[in-house]
Design a protein around this ligand. Structure first.
Ligand code: KIV
Length: 301
């Protein structure tokens, strides 16, 4: 099979205004990364949303740099074509340009990331400029900033009055001038997202920002219908995988309880000298010298 064409920063930038629109999804482990890759997604984001949907915390604030790197390494192992971005976690860049460079550097060196994302506008222009100058692509993030959840008084729609909307447009231009190659617009009115998208020369990636952005991002568990804590208005579930998993688990529990599973078809046969030949029991024969387990595909399992 031909190697798929890698999604790169220049390739993403080139889609601004031309399309096709950019698809982004969050992933936190190798299995989901592989599945989303097979589904053809352009960008995988190890978002600090992992604090909420993986760790069960109420906000993203507790996520650490080591955790983002850990999940990045796992996702990178399942990623071939997609562009891999990671969130700079809370307090890894707010304290200054040098900590930002150190944190982002670790993410690329140790986490397998190809770019970092940070939240905020004008006050991070110098951070963006220095990171980009060091060869680290930066994705911006404006509108609802989950790392500022307490300052914003909750996960609330932003840019709903003229002054706040103008500030978001101004921040977007400043981030673009500072060198971001794309920016997330989270939870802002659709018309404001259209304004920002028209005002900047880099792709905008919306989440709760309406249909006028250059791309879209969703938390993977949301698009699959697996996160049941709450369902924001902007989420569209493309599957009810949560229900599928619960139903499958119920079926498994029931078959284990009543002895329907496992059968001999799922068992390994006894060595010939100890029992009936595997062909007669329906069990898989044990190949001498092999230890059944989680080896590479094709192993005796
Ligand atoms: O952390 C995250 O998942 C994000 C996306 C919602 C954009 O930042």
């Amino acid at each position: 099979m031909a190697t798929p064409t890698k999604v790169t920063v220049p390739a993403l930038r080139a889609r601004k205004g031309k399309g096709p629109k950019i698809s982004v999804v969050t992933a936190y482990d190798v299995t989901f990364a592989r599945l989303f890759e097979q589904g053809g997604v352009d960008v995988l984001l190890v978002g600090d949303s992992l604090g909420m949907v993986v760790q069960g915390q109420p906000t993203t604030l507790g996520v650490t740099l080591d955790e983002v790197i850990y999940h990045g390494r796992a996702v990178a192992r399942g990623t071939e074509r997609a562009h891999l971005v990671g969130d700079l976690p809370f307090m890894s860049y707010q304290t200054g340009v040098v900590p930002a460079l150190e944190a982002a550097g670790r993410m690329l060196k140790e986490g397998g990331f190809e770019a970092v994302k940070l939240e905020g506008g004008e006050i991070y222009a110098e951070h963006v400029h220095r990171l980009v100058s060091a060869g680290i692509p930066v994705m911006g993030h404006l509108g609802l900033l989950p790392q500022s959840v307490h300052a914003m008084g909750g996960f609330k729609v932003q840019g709903t009055n003229a002054a706040a909307a103008d500030k978001i447009v101004a921040d977007a231009k400043i981030l673009a001038d500072a060198g971001v190659y794309a920016m997330v617009l989270e939870a802002i009115p659709a018309e404001l997202a259209r304004r920002v998208t028209q005002a900047v020369s880099v792709p905008t990636i919306g989440i709760g920002a309406g249909p006028h952005c250059d791309g879209q991002v969703l938390v993977g568990y949301d698009l699959l219908g697996m996160y049941s804590e709450f369902k924001p208005k902007f989420v569209k579930r493309f599957a009810e995988a949560g229900k599928l998993i619960v139903d499958a688990t119920r079926a498994y529990v029931s078959e284990v309880e009543n002895g329907e599973f496992p059968t001999l078809a799922h068992a390994f046969g006894a060595p010939k000298e100890l029992g009936a030949p595997a062909e007669q029991t329906g069990a898989k024969p044990v190949v001498p010298g092999t230890a059944p387990g989680y080896g590479p595909a094709g192993d005796e399992r």
